[in-house]
Design a binder for this molecule. Structure first.
Ligand code: GTP
Ligand code: MG
Length: 427
């Protein structure tokens, strides 16, 4: 019997027993809390929104601090992400918080793939975690988890509708991260317009199939508040770190010539709702969803891409080792096939080269024979010419000798005549 079957049988046959005295495992939840508190927590927020929409101000307002903020320019050639990590402490709870902000989002003329750097960034964090998980020597207990737990998507308070950039980006991200849409600078939109705007946004998200994060209803202690809050999405927020005196109390607010918008006043905006939902009630669920839903999906797709499966084509379970061995055999066969292919290709190329060389040799031989023939012909012609010349030369020599003889004879005759004339006294 397989060990999993045994385990299942034991599980099914587990009998409930009552204890007759104190044992102590009721402290397990406390042990868990203590251990987690000791280790500290980590939370990573991604803020996506146009330049100057109020991302940094909202983060400062949410965490009651001043994060390092630097204004982004509107002239970035492409969207970038800037991440900063901080160690925060509240009572005895330590939180390692990473805030990732988009830089230059919505500023380019061509916004066609503005979502891509964001998608790549999210995937990179999952990939790093997966690589750590796949190591032989893992150190996940002290690993700095950079996976993004929540994405605050800042919607411009146009009062009109979502931009196509918003819809495309949220659609690309909804299976990768928990999206919480917020209407930024909600103090710039009137109450009645805001109500209509929220309805419009939600209907556009639904009709475009964008899945935003829903506050969970499985924990009954928070199910009621979460149900109510799901109905308030997207939260209309106002951010400010400025303190203004209202009544006899200093409150965070934005002061205008006509009055004061109080950030933490629920009749002015949804800031408190966002803080409650994001930090006080659902932070752990956001972390859990990231691990069990989004990361799990990334991991599954990645492992399937690498050829790993839980079942074979006949739906029978396959172990990792079996998959590995099957992959190895497949790989070796492929290697052999390629080797054979390469060998045949090599033989074919050698044959081709050989025949090419033979053709060239034949051609050269032909040209050599032709040259030889030409050369012999030329030699014969030259031989003939030489013979003719030699004959000419010998006949010339003969004629010259005869001429010389004649000349000598005539000289002798003339000499004798002159002597005779002298002797006869003609001179
Ligand atoms: P970049 O990081 O440069 O992209 O900007 P950001 O999105 O971080 O915006 P930031 O928080 O720097 O705010 C930009 C301007 O908007 C500042 O002048 C803020 O005071 C103002 N601002 C921020 N939040 C609000 C808000 O809720 N309402 C109004 N009316 N103004 C706001
Ligand atoms: Mg900023």
């Amino acid at each position: 019997m397989a060990s999993s079957d045994v385990a299942q049988q034991l599980d099914n046959s587990a009998r409930p027993l009552s204890l007759s005295g104190h044992v102590g495992f009721d402290s397990l939840p406390d042990q868990l809390v203590n251990k987690s508190t000791c280790q500290g927590f980590c939370f990573n927020i991604l803020c996506i929104g146009e330049t100057g929409i109020g991302k940094s101000t909202l983060m400062d307002t949410l965490f009651n601090t001043n994060f390092e903020n630097c204004e982004s320019s509107h002239f970035e050639p492409q969207v970038k992400l800037r991440a900063q990590t901080y160690d925060l402490q509240e009572s005895n709870v330590r939180l390692r918080l990473t805030v990732v902000n988009t830089v230059g989002f919505g500023d380019q003329m061509n916004k066609h793939d503005s979502f891509q750097p964001v998608v790549d960034y999210i995937d990179r964090q999952y990939e790093t975690y997966l690589q750590e998980e796949l190591k032989i020597k893992r150190s996940l207990h002290n690993y700095h988890d950079s996976r993004l737990h929540a994405c605050l998507y800042f919607i411009s308070p146009s009062g009109h509708s979502l931009k196509s950039l918003d819809l495309v980006t949220m659609k690309k991200l909804d299976s990768k991260v928990n999206i919480i849409p917020v209407i930024a600078k909600a103090d710039t939109i009137s109450k009645s317009e805001l109500h209509k705007f929220k309805i419009k946004i939600m209907s556009e998200l639904v009709s475009n199939g964008v899945q935003i994060y829903q506050f969970p209803l499985d924990d009954e202690t928070v199910a009621k508040v979460n149900t109510t809050m799901n109905g308030h999405l997207p939260f209309a927020v106002v951010g400010s770190t400025e303190e203004v005196l209202v009544g006899n109390k200093m409150v965070k607010a934005r002061q205008y010539p006509w009055g004061v918008v109080q950030v933490e006043n629920e009749s002015h905006c949804d800031f408190v709702k966002l803080r409650e939902m994001l930090i006080c009630v659902n932070m752990e669920d956001l972390r859990e969803q990231t691990h069990t839903r989004h990361y799990e999906l990334y991991r599954r797709c990645k492992l399937e891409e690498m050829g790993f499966r839980d079942t074979d084509p006949e739906s029978k379970p396959v172990s990792l080792q079996e998959t590995y061995e099957a992959k190895r055999t497949e790989f070796l066969q492929e290697l052999q096939r390629r080797e054979e292919e390469m060998r045949q290709l090599f033989v074919q190329r050698v044959k081709e080269k050989e025949s090419e060389l033979k053709d060239a040799e034949r051609e050269l031989q032909g040209r050599f024979e032709q040259l030889k023939r030409l050369h012999a012909e030329e030699r014969n012609v030259l031989e003939d010419k030489r013979r003719v010349l030699e004959e000419d030369q010998s006949s010339f020599n003969k004629r010259r000798a005869a001429a010389q003889l004649l000349q000598a004879q005539s000289l002798n005759v003339n000499g004798k005549k002159d002597k005779d004339r002298k002797n006869s006294g003609f001179m």
